[in-house]
Every structure is written in C-alpha cells, then in structure tokens.
Design a protein around this ligand. Structure first.
Ligand code: SF4
Length: 466
C-alpha cells in the first residue's frame, strides 16, 4: 500500500477510516467532525476496523477504570494492525478524547504501536498529525505524535463543514470545557476551560443541519447553559437568546440542550422555556445528591433547596416540563442520612427519567484522595435502592402519558416491519405501525401503552402539528 504523503492537500485515493466512539453525545459529535477533517485526505468511513487504513479510538474518561479499558481495546486493535501489516498494508492507530488527554504519555509508553495521541481540543490538527505519523512510520521516530495542547485557537474555526448528514435528529456542539470543578469530575482537566462558540457560527451550522434534513437539534456542551457567545452584532448572548434565534430558523421543529448545571439556569433561559414552543418541555438537569453536606463536598455550589426552587420556576414557566437528572451515590463522606436526603429529593421532584452511578474515583480529581470512601458493597446497596425508586418514577411518568395525544417527531423505521419510531416531546421513544412517510414529520399520535423505556401509539392524524 502507498502511504499518504500529505499535509493539508486533497488526496483522491479512497482510504478506509474506522472511528470507535465511547462516551457521551459530545464524543459522537467529535468523532463525526474528525471524519470530516480527514475526508479531504481521501478517508471514507469503514464499518469495521478490520483492514482499515486508519482507526481512531475516541475515548471517554467518565467510564470506571477508563484507562484500563483503553489499553484492553488497544490490545485488540494491535492484532488487527499486525494482520494489516502481514497483508503488506498499514493501519494508522490514533487515540483521541479525554483518556488521550489525561494519559497521553502513558499510552505512548505502554502501547508504542499507537501512531497518534490527540486531545479533544486539537483534532482540527489531524492532517498535520497524520503527516507526522506517516513520516514516523517511514523511520523518522522524531515524528512520534502526541498533541494534547489546549491551543489558543478554537478548533471550530478550523473545521470543514460537516460532510455527512446526521438525520432527523442532529447534535450541535456550542460550548466545551467547564470551570466548575466538581470534586468527582475530570472534564475541567481533560476538556479545559469553558469556551463558547460565536452565535453566528452556531446559526450557520444549524442552517446546514436543517438543509440536510435535521428537524430537531440538540445543542451540546459539557456545561451547555453556561454558554455565552459573541452575538452577531458584536455583543454577548446567553443561551436563552441563542435559543430564540435558532427557533426562528425555517424548517427547525424542535430544540433541546444538554447538559446543564443548576447554577447556570438563569432567568433568561427559564423565560425561553416559557416563550419558545420549539424548545421541548424536557430538561436534563443533574443534581447529583439531595444532601447539602454532600453537595458542598462535591463543590456543586448549590443546595437541594436551590435545586427545588429552580424546578419550581421551570414548572411555573412551562407547566408540562419533564425533568431528568444524574445522581452519584457513595461520594466520599456520604452517610446513610445523606443518602436518605437524595431519596427524599427524588420523591419531591418526580423525575421522568434519570441516570445514576456508584461513585468511583477518577485519578487527579479532588474526591479521589479524600478520606471517608464508602465501601463498595454499601455503594451498591444504595445504588440499587435509588434505581428502584427512579424506575418507579419513570414508570409512573410513562403511564401518565397513556391516553394522551402527543406530537411525535418520527426519526426512522422501527424494529418490526411496518413500524416507525420517533420521540415524544419528553424524549421517550414512541413506536407505532404507520407509513414510512411519517419520518421527518411531527405528527399527533395517541399513546396506547407504556413500556419501561418507551411508549406505543396509534396514528391520530398524519398532518404535521408542530
Ligand atoms: S459542571 Fe459538569 S462538567 Fe463541570 S465539573 Fe461539574 S460535573 Fe464536570
């Protein structure tokens, strides 16, 4: 095989690129953008890593034992790389994402067959890194490639337009990084300080997504409601103002945003929930704990009462809003009484869905080394109790939808022949038997049954009801 000799030039030969994505929607977005950056170099998506010319492992540090899982996966990829070499080819192996950022030197030391290590803020430099990796493959080991900088330039300014349409529901990263430094979280260290993209760039990307068929856009950021970007007139907008501008774009039927911090639920944003029908009545607002003592230890800078006041204000603004949250059980120092306060908060708020996890230490974070670590069996017991409560809340919320007529945005075929699937305003998957022509429309459906994680429906009308 001829290795690519390129910097930023366009290469016409087709090369196979396989990207493995772990983690959140922001990593899914990043993976798609890395593919966009490599497309002008002749790299086209490949379904599987076998025989690929380049494999990118886009990693997530939120996973427990994240680094060990990366090394295990790299061992598997090394065998594929060797098989490719035995055929006379070469597979460039890159590790990206938050584990690459945090453990880059360790990765190159333990897995010297890895060609490129790059952090989340430097993937616009992939063409240059790839060219160096190719030189290194030709014997110039001085080209060993690691780039985990937090560069002064914003990578978004250097990314090409997205090449592949995302479909009916699209994601758009508007903000990255975080300045909040929660005790358990690696994001401020791996993604860096908060950065907000300018409004004009976001609106332009939203227009392109809509032109490619997107009807719902979810705005993404590690702390998305902290977004405060340059406005088209040179001033500064907050997220509520940006949502109003995006809601005016022709063809866009729905808007969502994730993930938010309670401290950044400012009035302007809550008012957008009141005034903008395009903004869906569903909000993922992590609280993590119901105990003020634990919230303080987590450096969350809000209390349980603060959180409940925000929920009350949201519900006053948008009475049908449904809430989702994240919970960590067994944070260092969490007592049985603290945990009971979390259960109380869940009962008081009533969540439509939630994600809950056992606390597990992340190297380099403050909570990893403090005394008072909760024994694993006790964490597990608390997690089971919390999850049983949350499952009950979700089942109650879903059951409450039965008999209602809901506007559903249909996104694609269902699992069974003749079935289509979509999303309710509250992000529940909704299945029904109906024509494929529903895909891409918002259609009123009658909810006839509630399952643990989805709803079944029948068609009421086929016209779009926004
Ligand atoms: S606000 Fe979210 S992203 Fe930021 S440090 Fe806390 S948990 Fe991590």
């Amino acid at each position: 095989m001829t290795l690519p000799e390129h910097g930023n030039t366009t290469v016409t030969g087709r090369k196979r690129l396989h990207v493995i994505t772990w983690g959140c929607q922001m990593n899914v977005y990043d993976s798609a953008r890395m593919a966009d950056v490599l497309a002008p170099l002749g790299y086209a998506p490949a379904e599987a890593p076998d025989g690929a010319d380049m494999v990118i492992l886009n990693t997530c540090h939120i996973r427990e034992k994240a680094a060990e899982k990366v090394f295990s996966e790299l061992g598997r990829l090394r065998r594929l790389q060797e098989a490719r070499a035995a055929e006379g080819g070469r597979m460039i192996l890159a590790v990206a994402g938050c584990v690459a950022q945090a453990e880059g030197a360790e990765i190159l030391a333990r897995a010297p067959y890895v060609d490129i290590v790059l952090g989340p803020q430097t993937y616009h430099r992939l063409p240059e890194l790839l060219a160096r990796a190719v030189r290194a493959a030709h014997g110039d080991r001085a080209g060993a490639v690691i780039d985990t900088d937090f560069p002064p330039e914003q990578k978004f300014d250097f990314l090409p337009e997205a090449a592949a349409p995302q479909g009916v529901c699209a994601f758009l990263t508007i903000q990255e990084g975080c300045d909040r430094f929660c005790s358990f979280c690696v994001v401020p260290y791996t993604r860096g300080a908060e950065q907000s993209r300018p409004a004009a760039a976001i609106i332009a990307e939203a227009r392109r997504l809509i032109a490619h068929g997107a009807r719902e856009i979810t705005l993404l950021g590690q702390n998305v409601n902290a977004w405060h970007g340059e406005a088209p007139d040179g001033g500064t907008w907050g997220l509520g103002r940006l949502i109003r501008a995006l809601a005016d774009l022709p063809g866009l039927l729905r808007l969502r945003y994730a993930t938010s911090h309670p401290r950044d639920m400012i009035d302007e944003l809550i008012e957008a929930h009141r005034d903008v029908p395009t903004l869906m009545p569903f909000l993922h607002l992590p609280v993590q704990s119901g105990s003020d003592r634990v919230l303080a230890a987590m450096n969350r800078r809000h209390t349980a009462a603060d959180y409940r006041r925000i929920v009350d204000r949201l519900r006053a603004a948008r009475p049908d809003i449904a809430l989702s949250s994240d919970f960590i059980v067994g944070h260092p120092g969490e007592t049985v009484e603290d945990f009971a306060a979390t259960l109380d908060l869940v009962r008081a708020v009533g969540f439509a869905q939630a994600y809950s996890f056992r606390y597990s230490p992340r190297p380099g974070t403050p909570a990893a080394t403090v005394p008072g670590q909760v024994p694993e069996p006790e964490k597990e017991r608390r997690l089971q109790e919390l999850q049983a409560l949350l499952r009950g809340e979700q089942a109650r919320f879903n059951a409450g939808c039965v008999g209602l007529t809901l506007p559903v945005l249909f996104t694609g075929p269902g699992r069974h022949p003749g079935q289509v699937v979509g999303r309710s305003p509250f992000l529940q998957p909704v299945h029904l038997t109906g024509p494929a022509g529903l895909v891409g429309t918002v259609t009123g459906v009658r909810i006839v049954a509630a399952l643990p994680n989805s709803l079944s429906a029948t068609l009421v009308q086929e016209r779009a009801c926004a």
